[in-house]
Design a protein. Structure first.
Ligand code: AOF
Ligand code: ZN
Length: 371
């Protein structure tokens, strides 16, 4: 069934309940990765009779939670779910056959599951069982909340968000490296929220040596992402704060001698070797592929300026989140330090920009036109 052909009132009703499913899905943030965020609402005669969301990795899927709450009221109902119900045996039994068994009348789905083990089979299974399936209700929203999962499933890489804090004249640190603090406390809280929405945070070793960041979520609620450091020569000291809570991955160059990272491994770190790229820095694509294979859907690149420049140069940035402080700081390190263009049309244009205020600072989020 095509949604465009439906009467407006019916279309609105589908969107209304799909919004509900999407909001529920968001409640899984920080707990479900590498799985997608999924929410589900069971509706009968315009009333919600069941709801659920995927709460934690390995736990029941959204549909199962919602059907459990609906009980026998699921019969003849319409089930709204932002992702196609699964057809495969994973950590839990497949959802689509359970919808059939509950005798629901109709399923309204936000998007197909890009997981090759599902990829339309869930929808086929429902249709074969005589359940009406309406696809692509709020598809942009459905794709947006699971952009990391989709990126990993379809491209074998995480979704990369570049975060920066800069003055109005584009300076992200002074030449001395001093950068604390360019933005105000509210913007810094927002940046912590951003951390909690990603599976991993990445910085270069320069930032570790200079700022000794913890890279944890503080002052706001959120789950701490995995910490990732690009450290070609393994210069991170054993006392670095990034090592404090375990779960830290170091990428170093391929021919680092065996045992070179032992001091870091003793602190619970994982060492991965990757080749160097033509520019002399570590090759970023193998870094991203490794992270994706470890189940990282979303990566926040936090600095410093040179790392940001490499990601921009290699066109590996899927989204930016920039905090602009109402300050002029003059010459210093620019956000894309080391990234130089010959022509304006090689620049990085943003679309779907969202501009908000965070205290005194401007907060600008957008995706490049090519993404
Ligand atoms: C759904 N509903 O709530 C979720 C789905 O190992 P499992 O059993 O948890 O399966 C994980 C896969 O199931 C995941 O890769 C994705 O394809 C799908 N996620 N599907 O029907 C849900 N979280
Ligand atoms: Zn499922």
């Amino acid at each position: 069934t095509k949604t465009e052909t439906l009467p407006l009132s019916e279309r609105r009703e589908h969107q209304y309940f799909m919004h509900m499913a999407l909001s529920l899905a968001l409640r899984g943030t920080g707990f479900v990765s590498p799985n997608p965020r999924v929410g589900c609402v069971v509706v009968r005669e315009g009333k919600v009779v069941g709801w659920g969301y995927h709460r934690r990795y390995g736990g029941p899927h959204a549909e199962v939670e919602a059907l459990r709450r609906a009980g026998t009221l699921a019969e003849g109902s319409t089930v709204y779910v932002n992702l196609e119900p699964c057809s495969h045996q994973g950590k839990t039994p497949p959802c689509a056959p359970q919808l059939v068994e509950a005798r629901v009348a109709r399923a309204v789905v936000g998007m197909r599951d890009p997981n090759p083990r599902v990829d339309g089979r869930g929808i086929d299974l429902l249709r074969d069982a005589g359940i009406e399936v309406l696809e692509s209700v709020l598809p942009e929203e459905a794709r947006w909340i699971n952009r990391g999962f989709i990126r990993r499933m379809t491209r074998g890489r995480p979704w990369v968000t570049l975060k920066g804090a800069l003055s109005l004249d584009g300076t992200t640190a002074l030449e001395s490296g001093e950068s604390r603090w360019i933005t105000g406390p509210l913007a810094r809280d927002k940046a912590h929220l951003l951390r909690g929405e990603h599976d991993a945070i990445l910085v270069g070793v320069g930032t570790v040596l200079l700022d000794d960041p913890e890279l944890t979520v503080r002052s706001v609620e959120g789950v701490c992402p995995r910490r990732v450091v690009l450290d070609g020569a393994l210069r991170t000291p054993q006392t670095a704060k990034v090592l404090a809570s375990g779960g830290c991955t170091f990428f170093t160059e391929q021919d680092m001698p065996q045992g070179a990272g032992q001091r870091l491994e003793e602190r619970g770190a994982e060492i991965c070797r990757v080749p160097r790229g033509p520019e002399g820095g570590l090759s970023l694509v193998p870094v991203l592929e490794h992270l994706a294979s470890a189940g990282i859907n979303t990566l926040l690149v936090e600095g410093g300026a040179r790392v940001a420049g490499s990601f921009l140069r290699e066109k590996l940035v899927d989204e930016v989140s920039l905090f602009l402080a109402p300050k002029l700081l003059g010459r210093g390190l620019q956000l894309g330090e080391s990234w130089g263009l010959e022509h304006l049309d090689q620049g990085f244009d943003l679309r779907s920009c969202r501009i908000r205020q965070a205290g005194e600072d401007l907060w600008l989020e957008g995706v490049p036109t090519c993404s």
